[in-house]
Unconditional design. Structure first.
Length: 193
């Protein structure tokens, strides 16, 4: 009779901002190194839409840009195709080359009173782009707790309250953020209360 020794299964924490590695059985649900990382990941999932919205500052949650959609004739979908009517009025699926999609409009942007132009860092390069003129954040996908205040979290609570898919406790959001300055954890905990 032979005995097999299994090597320990090591995993990395599933929260994108954590690189903790450990044994599968020591992690929460085999995926997270701690309860905080699991809650941060849940908070991140809820905030993803706001995090990557180029029209809103992710620090103070003010609107930086408004976008007017193009007229339907000039509208472009990310897929690079759309339905068109031929000379008989029959719909056909038309695929567009880069020459056509390059000239198609995706919308028209206008800066709000909260936005300004300034220098932004992209790796080793400094570029000029839209920045938040209210809090000073130059990266609209980054949250800086030093620049954010209680009013910023109040604006976030109002945005989350407007989303029908999100149920959270605004008091927990404010309390946890005030104590820890950790936005993802505060949102994750507010979802569970």
């Amino acid at each position: 009779m032979s005995t097999e020794t299994q090597s320990p299964t090591t995993v990395e924490c599933k929260h994108p901002e954590c690189s903790e590695i450990g044994n599968h059985w020591e992690f929460r649900h085999g995926s997270y190194c701690s309860t905080d990382c699991e809650l941060r990941h849940e908070g991140r999932q809820v905030l993803r839409k706001l995090m990557y919205d180029h029209c809103r500052c992710f620090t103070c949650f003010r609107e930086l840009k408004t976008v007017n959609p193009p007229k339907p004739d000039f509208e472009f979908t990310e897929d690079g195709h759309g339905w068109t009517l031929d000379e008989n009025g029959d719909p056909t699926l038309q695929y567009y080359s880069q020459e056509v999609t390059r000239s198609a409009a995706t919308g028209f942007q206008f800066l709000t009173e909260n936005a300004g132009k300034g220098e932004k860092q992209r790796g080793d390069t400094v570029i000029t782009g839209t920045i938040c003129s209210k809090c000073g954040n130059t990266d609209h996908a980054h949250h800086d707790p030093v620049l954010a205040g209680r009013q910023a979290i109040g604006r976030l609570a109002a945005l989350l309250d407007g989303d029908d898919d999100v149920v959270f406790d605004a008091e927990v959001l404010h309390r946890v953020y005030q104590r820890r300055d950790d936005l993802l954890l505060a949102v994750g905990l507010a979802l569970h209360d």
